[in-house]
Design a protein around this ligand. Structure first.
Ligand code: SF4
Ligand code: SF4
Length: 296
């Protein structure tokens, strides 16, 4: 059987905001949600080698090889991002393919400087065969075995797949984009039955590293909180790490660019809801909705 490889948008060798300590972050290309509010919409799709972006590149950094595959020359690229704006598939030609051993080498080279790694995206779990093989290699390599490993996820992964993944990771940072299914579908294009099932599974397996709420005034349905959301919050242990991601416009395109950004009053109100539910470990990132972004 061929060993799996991954399509990776970006590797950040140092981040202090994607989990505790200094972390190496791998941004996988491709997502199974289509959030209107996405700050990195070009990480959603996977390049289909249509070639439409090639003539728009001012640096001739893009080309089509003999096999019909689009190639990106990082040395020629000026990072103008014209190709991203041209692509109608929410993809990027500026991705790289890594084998398990190649990614392990990158992590190993950085091991002296980091406390752990975070698998992010896009949605890392859309490349599950690769991350299972990679994490197994990471855990069995004496040089990297002690690194903590977190996954940043939208929660769409199925129960059986989580059962394969969770023994290999220290925890999962789970995004809650909306609470009611209709609201979730309006924002992301998908219902959230799986997200709630994943939340339950992560709590029961003690692998919920952080629960993250996206707060978009008049769009998300956390303010005021519905009764079943309050019930869930009251059932969490008080030290559960919670993050309130206040919506901002940075990188957002389309209809969501006209949605109101979260103000400090909106965030304070939801923070009070969380405190009233007994949750005391609430973080609020400054001026950003998400963690670090896969900017090159
Ligand atoms: S990045 Fe988009 S426009 Fe460019 S080749 Fe791939 S799918 Fe086509
Ligand atoms: S970001 Fe790089 S590859 Fe894309 S259009 Fe600009 S120079 Fe070309």
């Amino acid at each position: 059987m061929n060993s799996p490889s991954a399509i990776i948008n970006k590797i950040l060798t140092f981040s202090a905001v994607d989990g505790p300590g200094n972390r190496l972050v791998v941004f996988f290309q491709g997502c199974n949600l289509a959030c209107l509010n996405c700050h990195n919409p070009y990480t959603m799709g996977r390049c289909n080698d249509c070639g439409d972006c090639i003539p728009h590149c001012p640096q001739q950094a893009l080309s089509m090889d003999d096999t019909g595959t689009v190639r990106w020359d990082a040395d020629l690229c000026s990072q103008c991002d014209t190709c991203l704006s041209v692509c109608t598939f929410s993809a990027s030609p500026k991705t790289l393919r890594y084998s398990v051993s190649e990614l392990l080498d990158v992590v190993q080279d950085n091991t002296p400087f980091i406390s752990g790694i975070t698998l992010s995206g896009g949605e890392a779990t859309t490349q599950l065969p690769f991350i299972l093989a990679f994490l197994t290699a990471l855990r069995t390599n004496p040089a990297t075995a002690a690194l903590s490993c977190l996954v940043d996820s939208n929660g769409l992964l199925g129960k059986t797949a989580w059962q394969q993944l969770l023994p290999l990771v220290d925890g999962v940072m789970l995004d809650i984009k909306a609470w009611h299914t209709d609201q979730h579908k309006a924002i992301t294009g998908s219902h959230n039955h799986r997200v709630k099932a994943s939340l339950d599974q992560l709590i029961r397996s003690k692998k919920l590293a952080e629960l993250r709420f996206l707060l978009i005034p008049s769009v998300t349905d956390f303010d005021p909180p519905p009764d079943d959301l309050l019930l869930m919050l009251r059932g969490l242990s008080p030290e559960t790490p919670i993050r309130i991601n206040g919506f901002q416009h940075h990188g957002v395109v389309g209809a969501a660019a006209f949605w109101p950004p979260a103000q400090s009053d909106d965030i304070s109100r939801f923070q009070q809801v969380l405190h009233s539910a007994g949750l005391l470990n609430v973080k609020i990132p400054v001026h950003t909705e998400k963690m670090s972004l896969p900017f090159r």
